[in-house]
Design a protein around this ligand. Sequence first.
Ligand SMILES: [Cu+2]
Length: 296
Amino acid sequence: MVARSAVFLSALLAQCWTLQAHLAVWTPAMYGQDRANPNSNKAVQPLQDYTFKEWWWHGSMDDKPDKNAVFHLPAGGKADLEIADNKAFTSMGAHGLFPNPRTAPVPWTNTDNGWGNMHAVHRQDVAGCALGIAYKDKPEDVKPEDFVIFSVVHDCPARQLQSFDIPDLPKCPNGKCQCSWFWIHKSIGGTDQMYMTPFVCDVKNSTTTKKLGKPIPPVKCDTNKAKCIVGAKQPMYWKNKEGNNMFEPGHYAPTYSNAYNYKEGAQNDIFQNGHAAGSKKTTKKATTTATKTKSK
Ligand SMILES: [Cu+2]
């Protein structure tokens, strides 16, 4: 029995590392958990070159979360999400998390960590991941422009158990919102692609009645701060055939980083409408940027 499961595990590991080295967050509240398969890696498949229908919601709107499963977001607190390339290596699977799940590999091992490929050849190539929320209780009603990025971890994915800072978000309609994990790795880390894991969420202990602003896509502004989008920002939809809101060419992956004015931690500017910071000054450049972004 022991020998058999060892063989099974090493076969599984070999498969993950060579063929399926991608990542998703895993929670019983997720869409697309592929319930029948305890070793599923369906949710981790990267999104690229797909039609809107294929990539949106990771193509899993009909694979509903566990009954009554809701991922809780404590307003002003923290929430943990498990990251892995296979359900087996999470608390939803037989193997479970690896030891020290809150610690990034030292020395850095991009692919040789057991639970996935972080698509970061060097330690400093870790690109950043993010959580978005849509204030709709039904997934069918959510549009791409409804998601507001509310939490960002620049050094992600790097840990199997990742903590996210949660702003004081308002209450969800009927006790339910739709959330999603988003990630785009740097182009140096492999094929250009994006990741999306949608899940049902709800805000707990909210103390605010403020509504979120209307989000717009970010703009790369590391070389020109006047271009930075301040206020609520959408996730970055990139590299698919339809529905993109980012148009960086291949090998220039946009990332959840300061370069796109996604600050570390809880996004506390989400209560104001996203607008180009320079637009008030009506400098020509900033106005052009804002118009381009909005009319896309
Ligand atoms: Cu991958």
